[in-house]
Ligand binder design. Sequence first.
Ligand code: SF4
Length: 401
Amino acid sequence: MKNKQLGIYVHIPFCVRKCIYCDFLSAPCTRAVQEKYVEAMLGEMQQVAEEQAEILQKYQVFSIFFGGGTPSVLEAEWIAKILLKIRQLFRVSEDAEITVECNPGTIDEHKAQVYFDSGVNRISFGLQSANNTELQMLGRIHTFEEFEESLRIVKAAGFTNINVDLMSAIPGQTVISYKNTVQKVLACDVQHISSYSLIIEEGTYLEEHLEEFPPLPDEDAEREMYAYTKQALQEAGYQQYEISNYAKPGFVCRHNLSYWERTDYLGFGVGAASLFEECRYTNLSDIEQYIQLYTPTETILEAVCNTVKDTKTQSERYAEWRVLSKEEQMEEFMFLGLRKIEGVSQRAFEKKFQVSMQEVYGTVLDKYQKNGLLIIDGDAVYLAPHGIEVSNVIMADFLLT
Ligand code: SF4
């Protein structure tokens, strides 16, 4: 039987300090809490592997992603310990992509070496900007020079697959400053670059104090930044494979791609989301509750295991849990898949849902094809360059429920 692909996401919710725009589940924490958290997460992995043992036989893990938060604030040996546990519990492919997200300034030679020796083969840096004034304003803990030093360290440890995350539309950012960031990062010779627009999320410090910050770049400036990213990166040999993601040939991120292709994945850790066998669920977001639930003392584990199938325990374990309807699966297929530059396949849609894409989405496809925002080329359906600019509006039209 052909192996089904499975991704594993490991959430490390710790950061040195909170950035002003961040609404991720992350916070500074003591070493003692971090240690308890890691132990609890190993307990969760054990429990899930036991519960799903039969189904998991048909899966092989092709991607493991340590995200956060800042996974690199943990002791490197704990990352190695988690990886070992994953390998013991799941069938991990020999060539699995294994990524650790790092923040510049939180990685040293020892950590980089332990990661490398334990099989981590991809590092993702949250840089955001090469302008130190912008970095400081965002509440980032590092300067551009510290990023360069962290990059030197991971390259010296042997890493040859490195991503850098950038951010556009930062308060006060000019097109010139953004272009300068892109140029500085291109000079760093990395294999993958992501560039996302800053979104002002509700409840963040930035949202609550917006008037105290320099004005946000206007729409024209944002459009220019996006166009520049695309042009400069393509000229430098990066291929755009998703709205905000660019890779040198052979370095497309499997973890990212699997999300847009709806490959099954299991998320571990507080607030982590999973998509498994067409069921979407999200772990509890309270770290103390999470630790209590999964700390693998015999009593707790036994109590959880004995009641795992009843709905009450399910609601105790997850913040959200639901089986996706066929319509929801179709929606996701379209609005996640259309984020990819190559778009979606009509044949794959029909194979999965036993109904043609035209039958379900004919009117929407026709509308956007006629106004030039969407292209249908044989089997492929993808957004035209102008369609990408208004992708949020187009995606919303693919909702069925
Ligand atoms: S480093 Fe990342 S996860 Fe941590 S606070 Fe900043 S944006 Fe949030």
